[in-house]
Write a protein of this length. Sequence first.
Lengths: 191, 256
Amino acid sequence: MEAAEEIQEIEVEKRGRSTSELVAAVEALIYVSDEPLTARLLADVLDENKESIEAAIETLKQEYEARESGLQIREIAGGWQIATRTELHEDVRKFLKTRPSAKLSLASLETLAVIAYKQPVTVPEILEIRGVQSASAIKTLLDKRLIVAKGRKETVGRPMQYGTSKEFLIQFGLKDLSELPSIEDFEDLAG
Amino acid sequence: METQPDQFNFDFYRETAEIVAESRDELKVKLGDFAGPLDLLLFLIRQEQANIFDIPIARITNEYLRYIRLMKTLDIAVAADFLVMAATLIEVKSKMLLPRDPLADDGEETEDPRQELVDRLLEYEKYKAASQMLYERTTVEQAIFARGKIESDDANEEIDATLFDLLTVFQKTLARHKDEIRMEIHREEISLAEMIRNLKKRLNDQVELILSSFFEEMHSKRELVTAFIAVLEIVRTESVRLLQKATFGEIVLKKV
């Protein structure tokens, strides 16, 4: 959000843009932003209405797809991002000399699932569902900034409540929390 | 980054409970394979190919206790949770053995003692499935790369320093270096053990030692302190006495 304010400080000359010019401008801004860029912020900076911004993003998406680009325009954590295509991960990794980062433990993943679906949720509530202490898993998730403290619950002992972070949406490729499948959908899978 | 080994390198496909089923070599069972008592219980129910709504409680309880006994290196907090479940199972098992109250039936069906456990298992199973979904998502997500941050002052705070900042840091480093050198000189000085050894040798040779002349031999304040402690120490531990023949006179160190 700090970056957003800075972008706004730069005077964008107000002028009538053609559709293709707007598409180009949207592409440029998404490219330079290091965080997913919201349509609203794009609209503010480019001084356009949200509808034309959304139309421009859609055009951009189709252009990338049509020419089978190595990049994709994707919606994530409430914003838009330019990223490489999944299929190219081997080449990209070879170049970056990276490996998939350390995976979360079974305990951490379970704890994260409970927090994602039950947020804001307290430690005793997590214990009730998982049937096991989750302290070290919670610490890991906090360290990895996948969850954040969401204030205290007004009940006996005022326990801390936890919820998922924006980082969680980014790392799990979610537009927003509503994109998570409903917890009841897992009933059929289970068993 | 992380310190806890159990938080590392978990692979959903390789390290689920199934792998334990493959190697039913009992001694290989580790806690790490189960995320908790409910997870273990689910695994056992599946292994027995039992219906979750009709758990053969006696058999499952026995299996559960057997696994618990095999988990020797349990984290104490986690072990407690596993034991709570063991107690719950035994409680349910004993309730099942009790004959039904013949007076209480007819109108309402008496609740199955296993019901609460089944509810918990079903609830837990949903979140277990959800965690698998999260695992799959993050695996896909790790194959996608966004552009890295642009190297600007904003993104790279370390560079945001003036020449004077650098000079200050450099001076601090120099000062710290000086301290280190001074300490090295100290270390070359005589240790307390050596001082005691010297003092003993001197007393052996000459029986009596005038304390003030002994102290004057010292080169630094530090050595002097060491010498003083050595004197106190030797008086305490050896058959040596401190004598003062006249008031304000010389103090003499003498072997008894």
